[in-house]
Design a protein around this ligand. Structure first.
Ligand code: 4AD
Ligand code: MG
Length: 432
């Protein structure tokens, strides 16, 4: 038997006979030749089945085999620059593992609703494959970055007893006799505890928001990476975010050229992602937006539309810092220079994408945090452990959260986050 190989490794077998195992992606036939486009997860290869060169029953299988049937095929590897992947197989044998009947996603155009309903199959298409490969690379880059920089991974709980990012987006469930539990909106508060034990920490996991918004940026379940650093202020926090984003983008450019090409992503704007990014205050952002015709007034959070307008003014990501405290979470430190604002910074991705990072320096003074909790009507009892952190060796500290799906969407140049995660969870989507 010829050796089994992955399509991505065909280049090492030129001139020799190999076996590949995969699925039929597409087929073209002329009377005497079948061109079988085979995919195996690692790549695409065209198998050429010539009537005059194989036994009749093998050639007939080439006629029978349907889109997405599983198969094994043997053939001689030929280098061919015109072929997808750069190699072609002159087929010597073909076996059908299972014959697929009426695969619903045909090469013609389908609507997004139909494709989302068939997400379990849509994952096989080359565009979706490319997006999820970029996602995989981004996640690798994130882990690499933190490991190289001396951060300790802390896994924070998913079931929590209280809110961290506002009660309106909590998913709740009954937790035995202890009352209500909520799906974590963030790992941050627990990470702050770990930060006082380890200095530099990060968590990385799924987070949940019962977002009733139907926008191209919102999921109800999304993955977030959150670093937290003791003795960092909000400026050092912005530096860290810039370093992370630059690391991610250069890792994708270095390793995912083929995927970005398939996605027809113009890589020029990505090659420009180098430090320093732009930094403007919320006050400046409001002034710029008003000058550009936005109806925003001081005190209101930037809407998606505002973010889009603002990012189009810049050729690189832009931080907007020191928002009014009313727009932001209770745990952010008041700005000593203007206590109507907090020491926070959101990073907006360019080309209209908008917020990918939300971060802040944390309230580290016991009394300030206590009064902020009370302003937000939160129970002191539930946050007693969190207040403790301000009683026993409190230090200035800061951190942020980077949303993976929005980052994938931006880097891949996609119009919506629903294609950036294998199985999206949204207001009207829980299947498949
Ligand atoms: O700005 P957010 O809500 O910040 C936090 O959760 C902080 N606790 C993070 C921290 O300081 N440790 O969310 C952070 C990021 C956003 O910038 C965005 O990229 C992403 O998480 N995000 C969402 N992504 C998809 N769908 C949603 N509904 C999202 N909500 C936030
Ligand atoms: Mg935010």
């Amino acid at each position: 038997m010829p050796p089994r190989t992955y399509i991505s490794d065909l280049g090492r077998h030129v001139g020799r006979e190999v076996e590949v195992a995969g699925w039929l992606y597409n087929k073209r036939s002329s009377g005497k030749i079948h061109f079988l486009l085979i995919r195996d997860g690692t790549g695409l290869a065209q198998g050429v089945l010539v009537k005059a060169e194989v036994p009749e029953e093998v050639f007939l299988l080439g006629e029978t085999v349907t889109q997405e049937s599983s198969l094994t095929a043997t053939g001689i590897v030929r280098a061919d620059t015109r072929a997808p992947g750069g190699y072609e197989l002159s087929l010597t044998g073909l076996k059908i593992v299972q014959l697929a009947q009426d695969y619903p996603i045909t090469p013609k155009e389908h609507g997004t609703a139909f494709l989302m309903e068939n997400r379990h199959l849509w994952l096989r298409s080359s565009r979706q494959h490319s997006i999820l490969k970029v996602r995989d690379r981004i996640i690798w880059a994130v882990r690499e970055f933190f490991r190289k920089n001396g951060f300790v991974l802390i896994d924070t709980p998913i079931l929590t007893g209280s809110a961290a990012e506002g009660a309106s987006t909590l998913f709740e469930t009954q937790y035995f006799d202890l009352g209500k539990a909520y799906l974590a909106q963030t790992g941050q508060l627990y990470l702050e505890a770990a930060c006082m034990a380890f200095g530099k920490v990060y968590c990385f996991g799924p987070t949940f928001r019962a977002e009733k918004s139907k926008t191209r940026r919102h999921l109800t379940e999304f993955w977030m990476v959150e670093p937290e650093v003791a003795f960092n202020d909000y400026v050092a926090n912005m530096d860290l975010g810039e370093e992370l984003v630059c690391y991610i983008v250069s890792s994708v450019l270095e390793n995912c050229g083929e995927e970005l090409k398939k996605l027809e992503r113009d890589t020029k704007p990505l090659e420009n992602i180098k430090r320093p990014f732009y930094r403007i205050s919320y006050d400046e952002a409001v002034a710029k937006l008003q000058a550009a015709g936005s109806s925003i007034t001081w005190g209101i959070d930037l809407g998606g539309e505002d973010e889009t307008i603002l990012t189009k003014m810049y050729d690189k990501p832009v931080y907007v810092h020191c928002y009014p405290k009313e727009c932001k979470a209770f745990y952010m430190k008041l700005n000593p220079d203007n206590p109507k604002t907090v020491l926070c910074a959101d990073l907006l991705a360019p080309e209209g994408y908008g917020e990918i990072i939300g971060g802040s320096q944390r309230a580290d003074d016991y009394d300030e945090l206590l009064s902020r909790l009370r302003e937000h009507g939160l129970s002191e009892e539930a946050y007693k452990w969190y207040l403790d952190l301000r009683k026993y060796g409190s230090v200035p500290h800061a951190g942020f959260g980077l949303g993976i799906e929005r980052t994938v969407g931006w880097i891949c140049g996609l119009p919506h986050v629903r294609e950036t995660i294998p199985f999206a969870r949204m207001l009207y989507r829980l299947y498949p």
